[in-house]
Design a protein around this ligand. Sequence first.
Ligand code: FAD
Ligand code: NAP
Length: 338
Amino acid sequence: MQIQENISLITFHTFKLPVNAQYFIKVDTLDVLKDALSFAKQNALRILVLGEGSNVIFCDNFPGLVIKIALQGQTLVAETEQYYQLKANAGENWHNLVCDCLRKNYFGLENLTLIPGTVGAAPVQNIGAYGVELADVFHSLTAVHRETLESIVFSKSDCQFGYRDSVFKQQLREQFVITSVTLNLYKDPVLETSYAGLNKKLRELNQTITPKLIFEVVSQLRQQKLPDPQVLANVGSFFKNPIISVEQFARLSVNYPDMSHFRGPSGQVKISAAWLIEKSGLKGYEKNHVSITKQHALVLANDGKATPKSLFEMIDYIQTTILEKFQISLEVEPFIYP
Ligand code: FAD
Ligand code: NAP
């Protein structure tokens, strides 16, 4: 087992902050994973399980062991009349999996193209985009308990998937390492085209809709709207879309009749966080190497010299501005460490 000490995390997360891990290990087998978990337990170290770091930010150095998941491989485990059941190990790149599946005519992942990160992280926040979420194709996952090292299978209902949410963000947060995910992929195309932006583009194209066309259109939309983290350091959407009461929405609509909103859970209203930021005149604002990108108001970026301090000052500035203007608290979407 090769545990390294005092390792820079700058290349291991897409916001590229200059922070270090006290200890770091890349795990590519289950045995190495279990050895690493035992090492952390023996030395009473905090653990951070890291995929590709596309949904994490740091407020400081990480005082503990960072376990970078590099478990590779895919297996077709079963086939029914309706589905191919594919098991992918946690370190596989999500977008590569989407491309492989489309090539093999295993359908259902087309709308989820170009989401950065690993397969193992996908269930943590039930990744979703353009009207589809992981839960729609999910069968089960296997995870190792961080303390007991026992491997446990979680069914779909065990995962308690919600909107960008799962049991791994709630009751079981920081307790398991997901080692593989099994998906039910359709043999016949199931075309999900209801998402407004996607639907509009497909109607303009006026072509026969196929999974490949959806894949191409979603890829195009994403490339137009989102800065590539390889080029400009970012973590995608920085704030969650806030959910407010119908009463608060009614009060705000008097002054802001054009407020972008959708039906939220339990009869509440979901507001577009991007709209709130844009309406506050913050789009394009930058300070101390952190910017609210001109491309997308929900995406913050690091020009290469940002620090945890400058990022957290920007977060505070945005949250305070939105609170004062709309009486809405914006919640940060990526996980904050340590
Ligand atoms: P990391 O950032 O490394 O980890 C995220 C969290 O999951 C951490 O708490 C980590 O401890 C935990 N974790 C990671 N791997 C495991 C594991 N194997 N076992 C247990 N816990 C684990 N998300 C969407 O839902 N939809 C989008 O459309 C979308 N678009 C994005 C666009 C951009 C440009 C970027 C940068 C991000 C976007 N995201 C989106 C967020 C991100 O891609 C997803 O959350 C992704 O699943 C994170 O994967 P990761 O491997 O980078 O996870
Ligand atoms: P968009 O199409 O400009 O829409 C803005 C927001 O409105 C999105 O957050 C979306 O919520 C919401 N929305 C749109 N249509 C909706 C509907 N019919 N019902 C409920 N909510 C609706 O969004 P975008 O920023 O370009 O992103 C496109 C898709 O990619 C979205 O699904 C978004 O979640 C996803 N994405 C996610 C991240 C991330 O880091 N998490 C980053 C980039 C893109 P939803 O977010 O609930 O879809």
